[in-house]
Design a binder for this molecule. Structure first.
Ligand code: MG
Ligand code: MG
Length: 285
């Protein structure tokens, strides 16, 4: 899942910022660095999420309902002893608790769509977002795919570019780099291809809670923002709009976000730990 944008560097007044140690700034910003043992535990949660997404990808076919895909993911979590992170999640912006284990966003739906009775059709562009807790630690990841045997090349290009934007963001998640470097890397891939990006939404810190500080913007200025340190664990998640417009609208359900121009959208996400040895992707099988 994504979060609405908040600039956590703004919560500390400028004069205090100059005097505070790095540890003080991190603590007062609500940013918690993880030990290597905690990152290992998060890797196991991430593995469950990856298995859920693999199972949903394999099951996504014309005629299959989004609710059935939700049950596939829930079954994988149950077998692993994991707990869904999205089910009953109720942030301040939503009118009701989220009723699914996955978000299943089809075509012009970008993110946060409820997995309901809709049955997939040939050529649908499906984005699946999945989060799970295992032993108290959270993993969060998303994939996009085109349903059926005859995908539109334009949809495949959108999905491939979204995955490239994610990989560019992951590559920038190294000690000493800044959050702005990460956003600049993601947005360069998206903008060079002429795509829009979901305004105001981005990735997030993650750990014992699904959404922790800092907010991880999908756009940024290189060299600006918080410095990345070993032990920082973040979800990186570009959301691209084929039509080039950044704007979006909410469905009446209060959850689903759609492109304002009706163009298709894609989403890709991994949970990533910043380590001395470089970025470590935690949401792999
Ligand atoms: Mg997610
Ligand atoms: Mg997320």
């Amino acid at each position: 899942m994504s979060t609405l944008g908040t600039n956590y560097t703004d919560v500390i007044p400028a004069p205090d910022r100059a005097l505070a140690s790095v540890e003080d700034v991190l603590r007062r910003s609500g940013i918690e660095l993880k030990t290597s043992g905690e990152v290992d535990a998060m890797r196991e949660a991430g593995r469950v999420v990856a298995r859920c997404l693999d199972a949903v990808r394999a099951a996504a076919a014309p005629g299959v309902s989004l609710k059935e895909l939700d049950e596939v993911a829930h079954g994988v979590m149950r077998d692993a002893g994991a707990v869904p992170a999205f089910l009953d999640y109720h942030p301040h912006f939503a009118p009701s608790p989220f009723p699914g284990v996955i978000c299943a966003s089809v075509n012009d739906a970008v993110v946060h769509a409820i997995p309901g009775p809709y049955r997939l059709a040939e050529g649908d562009l499906l984005s699946i977002d999945c989060g799970a807790f295992l032993d108290g630690w959270c993993g969060d990841a998303a994939i996009s795919l085109v349903v059926g045997a005859e995908p539109d090349p334009a949809d495949l290009e959108l999905v491939a570019t979204t995955e490239r934007a994610l990989q560019a963001g992951i590559a920038a998640a190294v000690p000493g780099a800044r959050l702005g470097d990460l956003g600049a890397a993601i947005s360069a891939v998206a903008r060079e291809a002429g795509y829009g990006m979901l305004a105001d939404h981005g990735g997030h810190g993650i750990g014992r809670a699904m959404h922790e500080a800092p907010h991880v913007p999908n756009e940024g200025r290189a060299g600006r923002g918080m410095k990345l340190r070993p032990g920082l664990v973040i979800a990186i998640e570009p959301m691209l709009h084929a039509g080039g417009d950044d704007d979006y609208v909410h469905d009446d359900d209060g959850w689903t976000l759609r492109t304002v121009d009706g163009s298709r959208a894609a989403h890709a996400e991994h949970t990533v730990a910043v380590t001395e040895d470089g970025p470590r992707i935690l949401t792999l099988p």
